[in-house]
Design a protein around this ligand. Sequence first.
Ligand SMILES: Cc1ncc(COP(=O)(O)O)c(C=O)c1O
Length: 367
Amino acid sequence: MRSTIAEIDTVKLRHNFHHIRSLAPGDAIMPMVKANAYGHGIVECSRILSAEGAEFLGVAFASEGVLLRENGISVPIVVMTPPEQNEASDFCEYNLQAVACSLESMKLLSNEAVAQNKTLQYHLYIDTGLSRDGILPDEALDFMNAASTFTNCEAIGICTHFATSDESDTTFSETQLKSFNQVINRLKHSGYEFEFIHAANTAGIAHLPEAKFSLVRPGISMYGCAPTYELEAMLTLEPILTLKTAVLSLRRLPTGTSVSYGRRYYTDRISTIVTIPIGYGDGYMRALTGKAECLIQGKRYPIVGTICMDECMVDIGDDEISCGDEVILIGKQGDECITVGQIAEKCDTIPYEILTAISARVPRVYT
Ligand SMILES: Cc1ncc(COP(=O)(O)O)c(C=O)c1O
C-alpha cells in the first residue's frame, strides 16, 4: 500500500454520532452518508453508524443505496435527491425510500412497485425556500391528493431542507420553518399525517431547536467537522480523518533554485526540499499552491511550489528529517494540528468540498 492514506478513527465517529444523538434526544437519526460518507468510506461508516443505532441512512443517489444493500446494510435508506427515471427499478428491488418531488416520478415508482409486487415508501419533500427540490407549499395538498391514489406507495415522512441554516442570522430559516409547519398543519387537517418529520441538518441541530421534529439528518458533524467556526464552538465534535503520507525523497538545493512546475517558488537560502507523494490527483487541491502546510516531526512546514498531480514539495530548511518520516496534511501531530476548516479557508471553499475531494486513489484505513 502506498504511504498516502486517509486514516479514519472509528471511535471518534461513534463519539460524534452519540453527541448528535444527545442534542436531539427522542428523535430518530439519519446520518448522511452520501458522497462516500463525505469522503470517509460509505460502506464502513454506514456499518458503524447503523450498528450504533442510526434509524436511517441518507444518500443522494439510488446507486449509493444499492452499494449499501449489496454490502449487507439493512437499515432504512432514504435517497434524498429526486428519483431519476432509470432508478425506479433499483428503488423497488433494493428497498430504498424516495423523496416525492413530482407526480411523474411518483407514478413511475408506483408502476415499478406494482410490477415488482413491492411497497415503495416515500417522504414528501417540501420546497420551503432552497428552490432546489420538492413541492411548493401551495401545491402540497393537491400533490398528496393525487399521490395518495398511486398504488403500492406509502407516505411515511415529510421533509424540507434549509438554505441558510449555517448563518447566525436565523431569519430565513425561521421563514422556512413557518412555511413547513403550515404545510404540515394543512395536510393534517385533510387527513395526511406523517410518522417522520425532518428538516435539521448539522447546523439546524446545533442552533435551530424548532427544526428538530421527529428525525434529524446530520452529515458533516458525523465526521467531526462543523459547517462554520461559530457552529463548531456549539458542538463537541472530534474530526475523524487524518490525511497522511511519508517523506519520499530529500535534496539539498542551492540558494535561488526554482521548485516545481511554473517555477513559482525559489529557495532563498541553501535548503532541504522534501518530496511527498500526494497531489491534486489525490484530491489535495492545486488551489493550495503557495498556501499549504504540513506537519513533520511535530513541526509545521510550508508546502512550496505548484502542487503537482502526484507529488508536492516541502521546504524544511536545515532541519534533519529522514525518508519515510510521517507527514500530516490534515490532522494532528505532536502539539500541531491542521484542520479541514483551515484548508477549506485557504481554498476559498467549505470543509465539505475538501473532504469529498479526497480521491479514490487514497486508501481509507480504519482504526
Ligand atoms: C437533504 C440534506 N439533508 C441533510 C444534509 C446534511 O447536511 P450537513 O452535512 O450540513 O449536516 C444534506 C447535506 O448537504 C442534505 O443535502
